[in-house]
Design a protein around this ligand. Sequence first.
Ligand code: GLA
Length: 370
Amino acid sequence: MSKQILEQASKLSNFGHELDHFGITRDGEKVEKLRIFHSNGLEISMINYGGIITSLKTPDRSGKIEDIVLGFDTLSEYEEKSPYFGALIGRFGNRIAKGQFSLDGNRYHLANNNEANHLHGGNRGFDKVCWNMKIGEQRDDAVSVILEYTSADGEEGYPGELKTKVTYTLTENSLKIEYHATTDAPTVLNLTHHSYFNLSGNPGQPVTDHMVQFPSEYYLPIDEHLIPLGKPEKVTDTPFDFRQPQKIKDGLHQDTENLQLQRAAGYDHTFVIKGSGEARKFAGTVWHPETGRKLEVFTSEPGMQFYTGNFLEAGMKGKGNATYQKRSGFCLETQHFPDSPNQSQFPSTVLRPGEIFTSETIYQFGILAS
Ligand code: GLA
């Protein structure tokens, strides 16, 4: 199918966008790719399959524009082997122990798609369904894309019909993700986004040289199945203390003496975000000293899962002939705590009819002052 240019960047707007055919799913559904670009070079591409962000290009300190997320060139690769590259995650981000939980006296059984546990919504989570995608608000300083998906009652074992809306908004230096959901029966949900970043622009280079700074005083230690043990622990005197900037590599070097890092083969832990609640808060910064690229995260969520690509398959072919390996990317998944439906001391992930779930995360792209 030929490229259909819907709108060019006009004199009035700094943004342009174009819509392209991307592929046909195994079930015969048409998938489109939407590319939005700013006149300063910032550019994002997304597809309606999984709401996946397939590329995100930002300038480095010398103005060089490069792709800073991992992904594939074709739809079939996303369908067959993706470790959730760039995807929307639902109904429940991260793990639910043994794929079971009780709500209002009913016991629910979900798919155990990660050893004995349920991960990222099951066998066909929100990362593997086709969303309805359309351009939303278009302003001089921002363009939004709206993705909608209705998950049927009982889908992947979850109760209630869940109507979900996700809005991606690109500004000249940020990507905002807003989540909105309603249900017709009591249910649980934990929506997040799973981009793997590599700020070097070169995914052949592991992310271990990136610097990390998180304000979190607490993190959630995990058991051998990567399920939170239940009690947030102080980061003080552990490799989880990123209150002072630390190189990923330096933290990881402590894995011989740190059971937590051994269990996950790296970082795969929730950092507790201070002062959780409705308002958006600073969750952390990661930067790449060499290129000067900096990523700051703000969110209304109570936690952020920091994952250092520990389970990426060595030699996996990525887009543009890239070869990925363990630690080719890191994820900053803003969310409620894993296994919340079974851990009543955690902030609640229950949604009831008549309630509206909303949440917001901003990924802000910058350049280090040199
Ligand atoms: C999340 C999980 C990890 C892993 C990745 C996907 O970050 O916490 O354990 O499952 O997703 O591979």
